[in-house]
Design a protein around this ligand. Structure first.
Ligand code: PLP
Length: 386
C-alpha cells in the first residue's frame, strides 16, 4: 500500500487556515467580520518596488539567476546586515529565499538529524513546530514568561536534554510581541556556546520594535559561527505575497542552505529579486514611518482591549497582542469561537501557539485605525464581564 513518508506523520496544518476559511465563508454570506486574526501589513507594497518589478520584466531579466540569489541583491543584503544588524558577513554568506518560511525550513533541514531536540520559547509561531518535526527532530517548549521570571539560563537548562542540538530564537516574538533584551540575548548566547548548540534566529519582525532595541544574536561575540539568521521582506515592506526573504550564516551552514535551495526551488524568481533590491534601497525613514503607524495601532488596541475586559500587556514588538480571554472561556479555542460567533471578531486561540497560550487569544493589529476602532466597538457591544 502507499503511505506518505514517515517524516510527515506528525506534521499538521494549523488551525489558522481553518479560521481564515471560516472568516471568508462568513463574509461570503454577507456578514461583516472584524479581522484581527491576520498577520499581514495594512499597507501596500511600495510603488518603487512595483515599478522595479515591471522594469525587470520589460528588460527581460526573466532568466535563470544564480540559485543563491543575484549578486547585487546579496551585496545589498550583506551591507544591510553589517550596518543595521552588526553581523559581520559578506555576500557569499547570504542566500535569498522564498520568504522567511523557506529560509527557516531550509535552516532546520540543514542542521537537524533524526532524534535531535530543538529548544524554543513558547508561545511560538506555529509552523516552527511542524518544520522541526518535519526534519524528524523534536521541539522542546520553554515557557517565555517562566524563563523571563526565573532566569533564561536556568530555564533553558531545565528544559534541555542530552540530544539538544539547536535553539530557535525569535525576537520580536510572534504571537506575544516579546522583545528579548540584550542581556537575555547574551544569556541565550552563553548557553548555546556552553552546550555547543546551533542557533536559528528568526528576525522577521526586526523593524517592529517599539520599546527597547532589536539585538541580532549573531552580532554577539562567538555567535556568528553558530547562528543561521533568517529575515523576510514580508512584514517590513508589505510584501507578504512576493515571497522573498534571506538567510545569513557562516560555513558549513551556508553550503547546506545552498544545497537545500538549489534542490528545492533553485532560486527565487529573478524579477522578484530585482524588485527586492529596490525595497532594500528604501531609506530608513520609510521603516521609521511604518513603525510609528504600528505604534499608534498598538496603543489603540491595547487600551481598548483592557477597557472591554480582555486584559493584555503592552507588547514591545511585532504587531500582535496576546490577550487574556479566560473571562469568556478558559479553553482558548472556545473563547475564540465565541468571539467570532457572537461578536464577529476573528482572533486566533492561543493554544495554537503552544501550551503557554491557553486561556489567551491573539489579536493582530496590522490594520487600519478605523478597522481597529470598529472591532473594539463590536467587543464593547458584545459585553465581556469585568
Ligand atoms: N517568522 C515569524 C515569526 C512569522 O510570524 C512569519 C510570518 O508570519 C515568518 C517568519 C515568515 O514570513 P514569510 O514566510 O511571509 O516571509
Amino acid at each position: 500500500s502507499h503511505h506518505l513518508a514517515r517524516r510527515l506523520d506528525e506534521v499538521g496544518f494549523s488551525d489558522i487556515v481553518q479560521i481564515r476559511n471560516k472568516v471568508l465563508d462568513l463574509r461570503a454570506a454577507g456578514q461583516a467580520v472584524h479581522a484581527f486574526h491576520g498577520g499581514e501589513p495594512f499597507f501596500e507594497t511600495p510603488e518603487a518596488v512595483k515599478y522595479a518589478m515591471m522594469k525587470a520584466l520589460v528588460e527581460n531579466r526573466t532568466r535563470y539567476a544564480p540559485s543563491s540569489g543575484i549578486e547585487p541583491l546579496r551585496e545589498a543584503i550583506a551591507r544591510k546586515l553589517q550596518a543595521k544588524n552588526h553581523i559581520k558577513t559578506t555576500a557569499e554568506h547570504v542566500i535569498v529565499t522564498a520568504g522567511g518560511a523557506h529560509a527557516l525550513y531550509a535552516a532546520f533541514q540543514t542542521v537537524l538529524n533524526p532524534g535531535d531536540d530543538v529548544l524554543l520559547f513558547s508561545p511560538y509561531w506555529t509552523p516552527i513546530k511542524d518544520m522541526i518535526t518535519g526534519s524528524e527532530a523534536r521541539a522542546l517548549f520553554v515557557p517565555t514568561t517562566t524563563a523571563r521570571r526565573n532566569g533564561i539560563t536556568q530555564t533553558l537548562e531545565q528544559f534541555s536534554t542530552p540530544n539538544t542540538r539547536a535553539i530557535y530564537y525569535n525576537t520580536p516574538q510572534n504571537p506575544s510581541g516579546t522583545v528579548f533584551t540584550r542581556a537575555e540575548a547574551e544569556e541565550v548566547a552563553a548557553f548555546a556556546k556552553k552546550h555547543d548548540l546551533i542557533v536559528i534566529a528568526d528576525e522577521a519582525y526586526e523593524d517592529l520594535v517599539y520599546d527597547g532595541e532589536h539585538v541580532s544574536i549573531a552580532s554577539l561575540p562567538g555567535m556568528a559561527e553558530r547562528t543561521i539568521t533568517t529575515y523576510t521582506l514580508s512584514k517590513s515592506y508589505g510584501m507578504t505575497g512576493w515571497r522573498v526573504g534571506y538567510a545569513v550564516a557562516q560555513e558549513p551552514f551556508m553550503t547546506g542552505l545552498k544545497k537545500m535551495v538549489l534542490y528545492s526551488v533553485n532560486g527565487v524568481s529573478t524579477p522578484t529579486q530585482w524588485a527586492a533590491l529596490e525595497a532594500l534601497r528604501l531609506p530608513q525613514s520609510y521603516l521609521d514611518c511604518r513603525l510609528e503607524q504600528y505604534r499608534e495601532r498598538r496603543d489603540l488596541l491595547v487600551a481598548g482591549l483592557n477597557e472591554v475586559g480582555l486584559a493584555c500587556e503592552t507588547p514591545a514588538g511585532a504587531f500582535y497582542v496576546f490577550a487574556d480571554a479566560k473571562k469568556i472561556h478558559k479553553d482558548s479555542r472556545k473563547a475564540a469561537a465565541t468571539l467570532l460567533d457572537k461578536a464577529h471578531v476573528a482572533t486566533i486561540p492561543g493554544v495554537v501557539f503552544g501550551a503557554q497560550g491557553e486561556g489567551f487569544v491573539r489579536f493582530g493589529y496590522a490594520m487600519t485605525m478605523e478597522a481597529i476602532t470598529a472591532g473594539l466597538e463590536a467587543l464593547k457591544a458584545f459585553g465581556i464581564k469585568k
